[in-house]
Design a protein around this ligand. Structure first.
Ligand code: PRT
Ligand code: MG
Length: 219
């Protein structure tokens, strides 16, 4: 009997960019997950199924073996301190994690002189580590979304958030002031499955790696 594999994907932009890559690797859901409310999907490969969950839950599913493989943003992985393998940078859902602040504040602000900051962010651990490494004291306020609002209503002076085009910051009179990390989505794996389902895992990982290399060769 061959081993069954479960791959965890996040709804939204990661799903949109991962499905074509999986298809190129020979893995296609039998129903389009973007058009269905189901959470588990069979694929054209009888021994591979997909689960579609929240982006921030993907590392948890993979760490605990509810999924063998997953695709997760580096931002989410940096916040999750669990035991899992980061196998492959898929180069998708790219953006950057930045410190941003109101334009007016930025005009007379020097990041080298920061000593105490009040930061609103979804990325509490990552922000704490980033500022601690620079010897900057922080009061971190955890938010689950709409970080851009925080400086506008006096909740925090600055935010740590993802930026892609910069449109969201611009629309809220904020500017990028410090770079925390470049972000893209990674293929991750459960460490026990890497040993126990070695052959099936390696075959699947190789197929995804080959699809990625073929894609890069065209680009
Ligand atoms: O469901 P959950 O809340 O856990 O996750 P989510 O809603 O954040 O999921 P989703 O689909 O929005 O994002 C999943 C992943 O996509 C993130 O973890 C990142 O790895 C990646 N990604 C890439 C982004 C962006 N680009 C991005 N621009 N995630 C969010 N944004 C947001 C950002 O937070 C900000 O509000 O888009 C806005 C900025 O975009 P620009 O283009 O205006 O600069
Ligand atoms: Mg979102």
């Amino acid at each position: 009997m061959t081993d069954r594999l479960t791959i965890a994907l996040a709804k939204g932009r990661i799903l949109d960019e991962t499905l074509p890559l999986l298809a190129a690797a020979g893995i296609e859901p039998t129903v389009d997950p973007r058009k269905s409310r189901k959470l588990i999907f069979d694929t054209n490969q009888a021994d591979i199924q997909l689960v579609i969950i929240r982006a921030s839950d993907v590392p948890t599913f993979v760490e605990f073996g509810a999924a063998d493989l997953g695709v997760s943003g580096k931002d989410t992985l940096m916040e999750h301190d669990g035991d899992l393998f980061e196998l492959l940078d898929l180069g998708i859902a790219k953006c950057r994690l930045m410190v941003a602040e109101p334009k007016d504040l930025a005009m007379n602000d020097d990041p080298d002189s920061w000593s105490r900051l009040r930061i609103a962010t979804k990325y509490v651990s990552t922000a704490r580590r980033f500022f601690a490494a620079k010897g900057i004291q922080t009061e971190i306020i955890k938010l689950y979304g709409s970080m851009e609002l925080a400086p506008l209503v006096g909740l925090a002076d600055r935010i740590v958030d993802l930026v892609d085009t910069g449109n969201t910051l611009r629309a809220n009179n904020l500017v990028e002031v410090e770079h925390v990390a470049d972000i893209s989505s990674w293929l991750i794996a459960n460490s026990a499955a890497m040993k126990l389902k070695h052959e099936r895992m390696q075959a699947t990982i190789s197929a995804i790696r080959d699809a990625l290399e073929a894609q890069d060769a065209v680009a």
